[in-house]
Design a protein around this ligand. Structure first.
Ligand code: GRF
Length: 194
């Protein structure tokens, strides 16, 4: 079976990246982690990836100022040089331009800590609590030009307790992200034609 060449795009601690790297060690997993790329040269995720022997690359968005496309053209170059076939955004904290999204259309997925279509964007846990929701969770979706609005690949949910805080809810949701993301990536790979 062909394993798709996977790039994981990160900005921070990389716990979801770690979950994908772990899952990809299983026989028959349909993606091969090939490159971890960060927009922050100091991201902890880059060190973790290097310890796994995965190639890493930093494209510092600050160098390009307001020219988002120049930043993305450099990311795109690194991704194409590594022959990447599928991209998983894992805590990648830059909004992508329509140009980059179109370039990787149907090959790029994201994990978001809410039960989409509820609460796209930031502060998802507090917004779920403030709305009086009894369930929260996380979603993996295809990346499209509208932020957090692409078709949902898979979701997982947890109950919100009466005394829940945004911090306690984030702690509950993160481990379910770590099981959801590898499962959803495997599913997405079946829909990508090389
Ligand atoms: C996760 O909660 C993910 O859902 C969101 O950003 C966070 C990244 O955490 N998109 P980590 O870097 O994977 O630990």
């Amino acid at each position: 079976m062909t394993r798709l060449r996977l790039a994981i795009l990160v900005s921070g601690r990389g716990s979801n990246m770690q979950a994908l790297l772990d899952a990809a060690q299983a026989d028959g997993y349909p993606a091969r982690p090939t490159l971890v790329l960060s927009n922050r040269p100091d991201a902890l995720a880059l060190d973790l990836a290097a310890k796994h022997g995965i190639a890493t690359c930093a494209v510092d968005h600050k160098v390009y100022g307001k020219d988002r496309e120049a930043f993305e053209r450099n990311m795109d170059k690194a991704l194409k040089q590594a022959d990447i076939e599928v991209i998983a955004l894992a805590g990648f904290m830059r909004v992508l331009t329509p140009w980059f999204v179109r370039e990787w259309s149907g090959r790029m997925i994201n994990i978001h800590p809410s039960l989409l279509p509820k609460y796209p964007g930031l502060n998802t846990h507090q917004r779920a609590i403030d709305a009086g929701d009894t369930y929260a969770g996380c979603s993996v979706h295809w990346v499209t030009e509208s932020v957090d609005e692409g078709a949902i690949i898979d979701q997982a949910e947890v109950a919100i307790a009466a005394d829940e805080t945004a911090v306690s809810l984030a702690k509950k949701i993160l481990p379910i992200e770590h099981t959801l993301y590898p499962r959803a990536l495997a599913k997405a790979c079946t829909e990508i034609i090389v």
